[in-house]
Design a protein around this ligand. Structure first.
Ligand SMILES: Nc1ncnc2c1ncn2[C@@H]1O[C@H](COP(=O)(O)OP(=O)(O)OP(=O)(O)O)[C@@H](O)[C@H]1O
Ligand SMILES: [Mg+2]
Length: 296
């Protein structure tokens, strides 16, 4: 099965599960539609809920190259699309001059000196399988960047004035993620299908633990999944994501625990909560959290 030939949401769910990603029906449907309608998928959600992993898993599934563009404040076209390799152009120029030949300007603006950044790589890919383009944490970039991202995602073409237009024969699979530190513009949203990834429910989180941390004893995994639910019920600045749940289970197992108790939770809290205030808040609810975990 390939994404292009996928015919149902269940197939998508099964393929993701084959690659250790357990999606609920909402997310599987969003991915199915993005693949079928060939539209970019915008995934929003809190930290550690599995947004970036969706793109990685899609790449493993399709066999397409994962082309990742990590966004940050001030990112510009030179880092995202392409730039010219000035130092190599200069060296070339000197070498040609030294040989006494005349420099033809076109020579300097040829493929040889073009540095392809992720967006160009994803559009002008070689091979038969379209890559998976991950535009990660787009909310960190600024408006200007969003505007040219929108342009590229609208016609999957990039023009390099000196060389011409690169166009994708089949568009790449595009996953855009945001932690929602600011709102993504409506124009970009309109171009994409949108899905909010929330924290998984207990059953799915336990299933994820079993898949991602198979060496953790079953009962410990169950208790951790329950305890994390209880931790998320506490008013926190950064509630733990799935990544933290997995880390926590690993940590407890590494300490030889088969069950949780207040002392163990207290000692390993740094794998789950990365803010002192959050830790203090949870420490004042330790009894409730352990009770939720152990079912006591
Ligand atoms: N549904 C899932 N099935 C299996 N593993 C998952 C799932 N969701 C999250 N994970 C695990 O959690 C880890 C963290 O996920 P990921 O890095 O994709 O989160 P994120 O939403 O991108 O977080 P951030 O906002 O911090 O970048 C993954 O490496 C994976 O092991
Ligand atoms: Mg991420």
């Amino acid at each position: 099965m390939t994404p292009a030939s996928v015919t149902s949401v269940d197939e998508v769910r099964a393929a993701l599960a084959d690659h250790q990603y357990l999606a609920d029906e909402g997310l599987a449907t969003a991915i199915f539609l993005a693949l079928t309608l060939r539209r970019p998928l915008l995934l929003e959600g809190e930290a550690g809920v599995g947004k970036t992993e969706v793109a990685k898993v899609l790449a493993r599934w399709t066999g397409g190259e994962l082309v990742r563009l990590q966004c940050y404040e001030g990112i510009d076209a030179g880092q995202a699309v392409y730039e010219w390799d000035y130092s190599r152009q200069l060296l070339h120029l000197r070498a040609v001059e030294a040989s006494g030949a005349k420099v033809v300007e076109d020579e300097l603006y040829s493929e040889q000196f073009l540095v392809r950044r992720p967006l160009l790589r994803a559009i002008a890919y070689e091979g038969t399988v379209p890559p998976v383009l991950l535009v990660d944490e787009v909310d960190r970039a600024d408006d200007e960047f969003e505007a040219f991202l929108l342009e590229i995602l609208s016609d999957y073409a990039i023009t390099v004035p000196e060389l011409g237009t690169f166009r994708a024969e089949s568009p790449p699979v595009v996953v855009v993620t945001s932690n929602r530190t600011r709102d993504v513009h409506d124009a970009l949203k309109r171009r994409c299908l949108y899905h909010w990834i929330g924290h998984p429910d207990f059953e799915r989180e336990l299933a994820i633990l079993r898949v991602r941390a198979p060496e953790v004893p079953a009962e410990l995994a169950r208790q951790v999944a329950r305890a994390v639910e209880a931790v998320r019920d506490v008013e926190l600045y950064k509630p733990p994501g799935v990544a933290e749940t997995i880390d926590w289970a690993h940590a407890l197992a590494a300490l030889g625990r088969r069950e949780i108790d207040e002392a163990a939770v207290d000692l390993t809290l740094g794998t789950v909560l990365k803010y002192r205030e959050d830790q203090e808040r949870v420490r004042s609810h330790l009894e409730t959290i352990v009770a939720a975990g152990t079912g006591a």
